[in-house]
Design a protein around this ligand. Structure first.
Ligand SMILES: Nc1nc2c(ncn2[C@@H]2O[C@H](COP(=O)(O)OP(=O)(O)OP(=O)(O)O)[C@@H](O)[C@H]2O)c(=O)[nH]1
Ligand SMILES: [K+]
Ligand SMILES: [Mg+2]
Length: 448
């Protein structure tokens, strides 16, 4: 029996099984079985050579965004609009058959946008090009789930006596959204969810602490009363994975699914923005309803409506951090920021230095920071300091004892401001320091 059939069989068994206290353990075990099979399904078949189907696109730019959606929702039209790269669009389904990359230039950064074939229910099991599409989604930093807003529209029908009656046609886009989320979840993608386990020094947000051991059996603990999982169920799940020695600590009232995610460990947590396209063909009330849904942006490619909002939302969700450099005594380089990301590589001063050159770190004495991450200007910071968007950093090297780089706040008339504020002595010791706080920083409360 193939893997898919086995998954189907277990799913059928789960559907047959009544949910109650007595079956709880059995259901938990079945969930773990399915999770294991799905993981197997994702492993590339032995002997298959990767490549050749047009889905291998080299990563480019400061982040990668994938367009995921049902056929003919307007993914290719959107790619053409936002990137200028042409991707064939047509009224028939499955117009796009491979992965087509384009580049969005936004806020001095380059973001790779990927157009993909439409996916349908069953994609994760290999229907259409679903598996390849989902693999690309997994490699990206943000998913734009494109949905057809016109599918949610009201339809006017004539009743038998000739009067117009409003009929509400099922909210298809909502159904599509659920199907796509399920398809992505079934292969380990988690959209807009917080990971149940994160790296050790960030334990504050760790929901379940899990560590395999060599000996000592299983130790099960929780910091609060649990309502979904108990010791016995946890043992059974671990047993299913043939884990007999481990430490498990629940810090929140997590579910069996969370526990399985932590054990599997190969889950990918990605942010997702829901993009409702084709609002040009629906009424304003419906547009309003869709726009109010969480994490959603309504657009029309045809009328170029709200695309700027989509871009700013995309930027917001990606959480990119631009840091500007400036050699001592010179104008800062505002054209070419170092772009960092908390999700990819981190945003500390150390990450920043490594970004410039991997050998730089050993020469760094300290850095001077201006911007929203600094408590006062300039702040002397160590390698662990976490930088924020539009910060400016000056690196002070060890032996040479000479300032090598200065980076300054962005939106200022450098020379003019210096003269204007220099008299107050605020930046006297560093005459090239930013002399004015940007509007953005005024809004941001400065830490004291
Ligand atoms: N009314 C309206 N139609 C649109 C809009 N955007 C795209 N379309 C139309 O929707 C149809 C499908 O567009 P595509 O860009 O090919 O859709 P796709 O999602 O790439 O489709 P596949 O590649 O087949 O999955 C085309 O006929 C477009 O002209 C829009 O904003 N409003
Ligand atoms: K199409
Ligand atoms: Mg297309």
């Amino acid at each position: 029996m193939g893997i898919i059939e086995r998954i189907k069989e277990i799913e059928a068994e789960m559907a047959r099984t009544q949910k109650n206290k007595a079956t709880e353990y059995h259901l938990g075990q079945l969930k773990a079985k399915i999770a294991k099979l799905r993981t197997q399904l994702l492993e590339p078949p032995k002997g298959s050579s990767a490549g050749g189907d047009g889905f291998e696109v080299t990563k480019f730019g400061h982040g990668r965004v994938a367009l995921i959606g049902f056929p003919s929702v307007g993914k290719s039209t959107l790619l053409t609009m936002l990137t200028g790269t042409h991707s064939e669009a047509a009224s028939y389904e499955f117009t796009t058959l491979t992965c087509i990359p384009g580049i969005i230039h936004y806020n001095d950064t380059k973001i790779q946008l990927l157009d993909l074939p439409g996916i349908i229910e069953g994609a994760s099991e290999g229907k259409g090009r679903g598996r390849q599409v989902i693999a690309v989604a997994k490699s990206s930093d943000l998913v734009l789930m494109v949905l057809d807003a016109s599918k949610d529209a009201h339809k006017v029908l004539l009743s038998t006596d000739g009067h117009a009656v409003m009929m509400f046609i099922v909210a298809i886009s909502e159904g599509h959204r659920q199907i796509l989320t399920r398809e992505l979840e079934s292969v380990g993608l988690r959209l807009n969810k917080r990971p149940p386990q994160v790296s050790s020094f960030l334990t504050v947000v760790c929901v379940i602490y899990f560590k395999k051991k060599k000996t000592g059996g299983i130790s099960f603990n929780s910091t609060l009363p649990l309502t979904h999982v108990d010791e016995k169920l946890c043992y059974q799940i671990l047993h299913e994975y043939k884990i007999h020695n481990a430490e498990v600590l629940f810090r929140e009232d997590a579910t069996v699914d969370d526990l399985i995610d932590v054990i599997e460990g190969n889950r990918k947590y990605i942010k997702c923005v829901y993009v409702y396209n084709k609002i040009d063909v629906i009424g304003i009330d419906d547009v309003d309803k869709l726009a109010r849904r969480p994490n959603s942006v309504v657009i029309s490619c045809n009328l170029k409506l709200n695309l700027d909002r989509l871009l700013s939302k995309m930027w917001e969700e990606m959480g990119l951090v631009r840091v500007y450099t400036k050699p001592q005594g010179q104008q800062p380089d505002f054209s070419d920021p170092v772009v960092l990301s908390a999700d990819r590589g981190g945003c500390t001063v150390e990450d920043f230095c490594n970004h410039i050159h991997r050998n730089l770190i050993k020469d760094v004495k300290y850095v001077l920071v201006w911007g929203t991450s600094a408590r006062h200007y300039p702040q002397h910071c160590g390698l662990g300091h976490v930088l924020q968007d539009e910060d400016v950093v000056q690196i002070v090297k060890k032996k040479v004892f000479k300032t090598v780089l200065t980076m300054v706040l962005r939106p200022i008339d450098w020379v003019g401001q210096e003269k204007e504020e220099g008299g107050r002595g605020r930046f006297k010791s560093h005459s090239t320091a930013p002399a004015r706080i940007s509007d953005r920083q005024k809004k941001a409360p400065l830490k004291t």
